[in-house]
Design a protein around this ligand. Sequence first.
Ligand SMILES: [Zn+2]
Length: 317
Amino acid sequence: MNKKLPIIYSPHYNITLFGIEKLHSFDSEKYGKVFRYLKEKMGLKKYQFYEPEEVTEEDLLLVHTKEYLHSLSYSKNIARIAELDLLSFFPNFILKSRILKPMKYGTGGTILGCHLALKHGWAINLSGGYHHAKSGEGGGFCFYSDVPIAVYKLLKKKKMKILIIDLDAHQGNGFESVFKNDQRIYIFDIYNSMIYPMDNEVKQYIDCDYPVSSFTKDSEYLKILKEKIPFVIKRSSCDLIIYNAGTDIFKDDPLGHMNITTQGIIQRDEMVFRQALKRKIPILMVLSGGYTKQSSLIIGKSIENLLKNVIGVKTGI
Ligand SMILES: [Zn+2]
């Protein structure tokens, strides 16, 4: 029997809302597509994946205010965060089960991912990375600040230092706002400074702040990573790395406006993993943004490369 891998997936991750989800640029079923890619191309079996629980109310309150969580009982607030006005006309219970529930499972996946990464040395949550959600407000399709929730749950039990490497195309303003001056957390963020959210107020909380311009290419991007990753790992003296691996840096992404190729993304993920594994620092990867029809394929290919060539997982094929 093939052994279980620290890859986390739930069928609940995927968002469907009577076809309306297709009006949003977000491929809300990319999680399931990555899961299927890994099964079909790598011969992984369903039982080899871990399934998370939904995050509890108690855990949500580690980061979010009661007022904010309550505000999600109004469809207009969900519509605003999801950037889809049409949603205001939906009964709240439908939005809760079709949109918020998947995000709660995704957050549960990040919590489980931290635990598995510390146990196995690495883990991948096939969702998560909702890096625009702050304690008291959501934004940019992010409702729950999954990484800070998972981090604070962990820090309640264990004293440790954590490095956040945020390579999604957008500035991770939610995580930056929640972690503020918490000395246990070190944030490294490379993002396109010419797009959403341009949050100058929380920019000061990024420990290694690396804004880049639109249409940044592979060569320039990978050069920054090669130089900065060893630096931030050393500077943070981290015991765990959480890698926000948004694929919206892809050249055709309608929201990221960068110029990174599929090969560039595969190399990026490989570089981050190699640097962590070589120092035996546990790493958790979460998927974050990625808004093209090809996003799931790129993620699938990159995880395949990580498993086969970097981590050295023996698969069914
Ligand atoms: Zn993004």
